[in-house]
Write a protein that binds this ligand. Structure first.
Ligand code: XLS
Ligand code: MG
Length: 344
């Protein structure tokens, strides 16, 4: 069993609470204010979108971008924090309306690649070798708009461009089956790992498994994690929860299905996730009803739930479990797990 887990979240997880049907309900906090909250909430690392670290990066030269990133690293050092990863934000710029790497417009595809190279520069400036690729708009609103085989080729070509640009960088693809697109390419860990296996450096392409994304794909998050662990490709996670097959809710970890959360914790712990520097990442949003003064409880609650479930998992009698499995008495095993989760 591994030792202590380290935790991370992105500054976008402390937010104003706007949703598609309502305006912000909480004050905006600055990046510096948010950095000051990480340690007190029990977190060790910061996830970044490229422009979380270097706002206005589209207007800056590569040299200026690197300088800004190095200044942010200084801020991290002052707070005793590290950067976990950088994700190029390829879903807001007008040039990514029809996708980034799979856009039907060659100039937009080039913008996406250039932006990805700058994200790699930012990662280097922040001191991390990990790039997360959430392929937000790599998909369609109607299938005839793009060709899925050509789109896969374009995604592979974009991966290769990044792997060639920096010989040390590692790419963790974050699968998601939909949203904002009607249907996205690369919906599961299997798709992501298969894509990486065709790249010029398969050993530098892994995955980021998000609980809610696996659920939206009709999979169990712990199974997606187990598959990625078997492939040696689970390089980060986004723990949260999801209530049914609708928009990505980014609910607090364990808030909907404690058993599903338990199995994620159990498989991460069983296979020593973290021993090679992996971090337990969250991707959670506060309920819109939370007032300003209590708008970080989704983060502390999620971390608490992880640690409580870890305690329960480590307290189980593994010999007893093995005996129930050997007897194929799974109802007994079911009861044992449920009673353990109920504190029995
Ligand atoms: C959105 C994604 C996003 C990425 C980082 O659904 O989970 O939060 O993880 O941009
Ligand atoms: Mg995520």
């Amino acid at each position: 069993m591994p030792g202590k887990f380290r935790f991370s979240f992105g500054p976008w997880n402390i937010h104003e609470g706007a949703d598609p049907f309502g305006p912000p309900v909480r004050e905006t906090l600055t990046f510096a204010e948010k950095l000051g909250m990480y340690k007190e909430l029990g977190f060790d690392a910061v996830q970044f979108h490229d422009d979380d670290a270097v706002p206005e990066m589209n207007e800056l030269t590569p040299q200026q971008i690197t300088q800004r990133a190095e200044a942010v690293r200084q801020q991290l050092d002052e707070h005793g924090l590290v950067a976990e990863f950088v994700a190029p934000r390829l879903w807001e710029d007008p040039r990514t309306i029809d996708g980034a790497y799979t856009s039907n417009d060659a100039a937009c595809r080039e913008y996406a690649r250039e932006r990805s190279r700058r994200a790699i520069d930012i990662a280097s400036g922040l001191g991390t070798d990990l790039i997360v690729l959430w392929l937000a708009r790599e998909g369609t609103y109607l299938r005839e708009a793009k060709d899925s085989k050509q789109s896969t080729d374009l995604l592979l070509s974009a991966l290769n461009d990044m792997l060639e640009y920096d010989s040390q960088i590692r790419l963790a693809i974050e699968p998601k089956p939909n949203e904002p697109m009607d249907q996205a390419y690369i919906p599961t860990a299997g798709h992501a790992i298969a894509l990486g296996s065709m790249s010029i450096a398969p050993e530098r392409v892994g995955v980021n498994i998000e609980s809610a994304h696996a659920i939206l794909a009709g999979a169990d998050p712990s199974d997606e994690m187990g598959f990625a662990l078997a492939c040696g490709k689970l390089w980060t996670v986004h723990l949260n929860d999801q209530n049914g097959l609708k928009f990505d809710e980014d609910k607090s970890f364990g808030a909907v299905d404690l058993r599903r959360a338990f199995n994620q914790v159990r498989i991460l712990d069983k296979y020593d996730y973290g021993n090679n520097g992996e971090i337990v990442g969250l991707d959670v949003k506060a309920l819109r009803t939370q007032k300003d003064e209590v708008a970080t409880k989704h983060l502390s609650n999620s971390r608490t739930m992880f640690l409580r479930l870890l305690e329960i998992s480590r307290s189980l009698d593994d010999d007893k479990i093995e005996a129930m499995i050997a007897d194929r008495d799974y109802e007994e095993l079911d009861l044992y797990i449920m009673e353990s989760l109920l504190g029995g």
